[in-house]
Ligand binder design. Structure first.
Ligand code: C2E
Ligand code: CA
Ligand code: CA
Length: 690
């Protein structure tokens, strides 16, 4: 009782939820085709049954009539044989089951014939309705002879109807099958398959149109029906999505690039670097390994940036970044920390000394000349190295210690590397102190100038003295420039120091002149940094004015690094110096980035051959060749040549023979305090006159 409504409701639920299309189609076909056919069949059956009933009734009546007529004669003549034959004839009719002839006059015996194969009782079967009993009065010549009783098979004709029904049923079934056979392929090919494809296409849309493995050709629609239109539409949506997602992808990549990479150099930025270093820390911790952090700081980058412009500065940074990347190994990570500072993580090292070799390599590649616009620039770098886990166990401290090591490298004179050690902290403290003390030193007159003679190579006559600064430190004794010039440049004190040096040197020269002591010209060193400052000219003119010495008695020594970043300011200063008639000497000539072009443009008065060539002249034929070459060049340009660092008589002989004009060095005299110089001069004078 319960099952039907249950399955019906579940069917209804499934219908609501949406049967698969192919089942829906099948249900529609079966219901739409079968139901009308079955209805028709029932109606037709009913009609057939009705008409058959009428026909049977007619034929039964006819049989009764004929039967009664055929037995009238035998009954009349009381011919039992003929009567029997007539009854048998009647029984031959297929629908007749039994025949009885009853004699109305009762003089003829009753006759009853039943079909031999009929085994049931007539009375009960008649009562049950499976037999129809009919009677007919037998009349002859107006006289009633008896009654003919016939039992007809009530079910006769049912078999025919049954056969007809099953024929019709199979016909209907055939029809449904035929329709399904024709309709389903059409449905499948025209509707179901395209819908299936649309489904796939729509799923492909969900892949954000990014999945390149999706075969686009599969979704080309040629059909012109509604599904085809929908498919093409989907295709366009897909294309659009693909471009949209493509753009989104690029945007994402750009964002990623911006978030983790330096825009200028394309190197990882600090954020990404921190992440990578922290990972390396875990890794190194597990495997008990070391790695190093390099803090690389370009020396005097600010000067290039200020003098040549930011575009040139940027170009320089890009080039340095490229060189760093090219020099380092795959496993190393280089990042731009900020400005001209770079951080490098050097992992996978076998011993810490190899970090030094790596730093050395970096220093070398950074120092290679860089072509910027029309100028060749050379920069150097200072590198501080901190070791994990010895120097620090966390990122911030590790970098801080590397930074301290850089500072150390800078105070040691730049263009070098330095390891962080805890004792470095101490030294750093010391140099910080020194830096602070330097400010007082200038004001408190702790700076002194020593003077080193320059003599004519041939005659030995004193032609000039070079002023070299010293710091009479209250507790540390006499400090040489190498111990504090770097600090002075770093802290900006160099300008103040320069002003003092110029004034003091000029004052001293004037003092000697006033006292009749002839030392020749006064050479003063001016640091490259000072050459970027317009105030240099003012202080120089002030020094000349205050001392009253002639401009041509003063010589300014500049190193090639000034010319390296030849700027408008430095050019103007040099131009003004020449106009004033102040001499210009190129110091340490041959060690820098000599370009003959600037010699021609600048027209210095003299070249000072670097000490290293003079020193090596004894042993190295290349150095000898360089000295001769410089002398030749200077002669061709009409410049004076000074050889620095002459320490031996052999060197003096070689330099004389090579044609050097002026000699300076310990062999002639060390840098001397004023008194000492005067004593030295007096001694020489005595020797000459003796
Ligand atoms: P520099 O201009 O090349 O000066 C020559 C340096 O060589 C001096 O060192 C001098 O003592 C040294 N020297 C001279 N003859 C010999 C020799 O025969 N053998 C050897 N081994 N050395 C010799 P100092 O005085 O220590 O100065 C070092 C540098 O400091 C100078 O190199 C110069 O660049 C810079 N400096 C010195 N005084 C000043 C200054 O007042 N202002 C600036 N901006 N820089 C200065
Ligand atoms: Ca010098
Ligand atoms: Ca020099």
């Amino acid at each position: 009782m319960n099952r039907f409504p249950l399955s019906f409701s579940s069917l209804r639920a499934r219908w609501r939820a949406g049967l698969p299309l192919r089942y829906t189609m099948m249900v529609v076909v079966v219901v739409g085709v079968t139901l009308p056919a079955l209805l028709l069949l029932t109606l037709e059956q009913e009609l057939a049954e009705k008409s058959q009933k009428a026909l049977l009734a007619q034929s039964e009546t006819a049989l009764m009539k004929i039967g009664s007529v055929s037995i009238a004669e035998p009954m009349w003549v009381v011919d039992r044989v003929a009567l029997d034959a007539a009854a048998v004839r009647l029984l031959e009719s297929p629908q007749v089951v039994a025949v009885r002839i009853e004699d109305g006059l009762a003089n003829t015996p009753e006759l009853e014939r039943v079909r031999p194969d009929y085994g049931k009782t007539l009375a009960t079967e008649t009562a049950a309705g499976s037999l129809t009993r009919r009677t007919q009065t037998v009349v002859r010549s107006g006289e009633v002879l008896g009654t003919l009783v016939v039992w007809f098979d009530a079910t006769y004709g049912q078999g025919l109807l049954q056969a007809r029904r099953s024929q019709m049923l199979s016909l209907v079934a055939l029809q449904v099958l035929a329709i399904l056979a024709v309709l389903m392929p059409v449905l499948v090919s025209r509707v179901l398959r395209p819908i299936e494809r649309l489904k796939e296409q729509a799923s492909a849309l969900l892949d954000h149109g990014q999945d390149s493995t999706v075969d686009r050709a599969r979704f080309v629609w040629r059909r012109q029906d509604e599904l085809g239109l929908l498919g093409r539409h989907l295709g366009r949506v897909q294309e659009e999505l693909r471009t949209l997602f493509g753009q989104l992808g690029t945007k994402n990549a750009q964002l990623q690039q911006m978030a983790f990479y330096d825009q200028l150099t394309g190197l990882p930025n600090r954020a990404l670097f921190i992440d990578l270093v922290q990972r390396e820390m875990l890794q190194a911790h597990r495997s008990q390994q070391q790695f190093g952090i390099f803090f690389i700081d370009l020396d005097r980058f600010k000067a290039v940036n200020d003098s040549m412009g930011h575009a040139a500065g940027d170009e320089l940074l890009i080039e340095v970044a490229r060189r760093l990347r090219d020099t380092l190994r795959e496993v190393d990570v280089v990042c731009r920390q900020s400005g001209d500072e770079f951080l490098v993580m050097v992992s996978d090292i076998d011993h810490w000394e190899s970090l030094g070799e790596m730093a050395e390599r970096i220093l070398r590649v950074v120092e290679e000349p860089v072509q910027l616009a029309n100028t060749t620039v050379r920069v150097s770098a200072s590198i501080g190295i901190a070791l994990f886990p010895e120097d620090a166990q966390d990122f911030e401290t590790l970098v801080k210690h590397a930074d301290i090591a850089v500072y150390q490298a800078k105070t040691l004179g730049r263009a070098r590397y330095s390891f962080f050690h805890s004792e470095l902290n101490f030294r750093l403290q010391a140099s910080l102190e020194l830096e602070q003390q330097l400010a007082h030193a200038i004001a408190h007159g702790e700076l002194v100038l020593h003077y080193q003679p320059q003599v004519d190579a041939m005659t030995g006559r004193l032609v000039a003295v070079e002023a070299l600064v010293r710091w009479q430190h209250p507790t540390r004794g006499l400090l040489l420039p190498g111990q504090f010039i770097g600090l002075a440049e770093e802290s900006g004190k160099i300008a103040e120091m320069g002003v003092w040096t110029l004034r003091e040197a000029c004052r001293q020269l004037a003092d000697w002149k006033a006292r009749g002591i002839h030392v020749g010209n006064m050479a003063v060193n001016v640091s490259a940094l000072e050459f970027r400052d317009h105030r240099l000219l003012d202080s120089l003119q002030a020094a000349l004015a205050a001392s009253g010495i002639a401009p041509n008695e003063l010589e300014i020594e500049i190193t090639e690094s000034v010319l390296m970043a030849e700027t408008e300011t430095s050019q103007r200063i040099i131009e003004r110096l020449r106009q004033l008639g102040v001499g210009i000497a190129i110091d340490d000539f041959g060690t820098g980035y000599s370009s003959l072009a600037y010699l021609k443009r600048l027209r210095p008065n003299q070249l000072k051959i670097d000490r290293s060539f003079v020193n090596d002249a004894d042993v190295d034929s290349d150095s000898r060749a360089i000295v001769r070459g410089v002398v030749g060049l200077a002669n061709a340009l009409g410049l004076n040549v000074v050889a620095e660092g002459v320490e031996t008589v052999e060197q003096q002989a070689f330099l004389r023979e090579s044609g050097c004009h002026t000699l300076q060095g310990y062999y002639i005299a060390r840098p001397l305090a004023v008194d000492a110089l005067e004593v030295w001069m007096a001694a020489r004078h005595n020797k000459e006159t003796a």
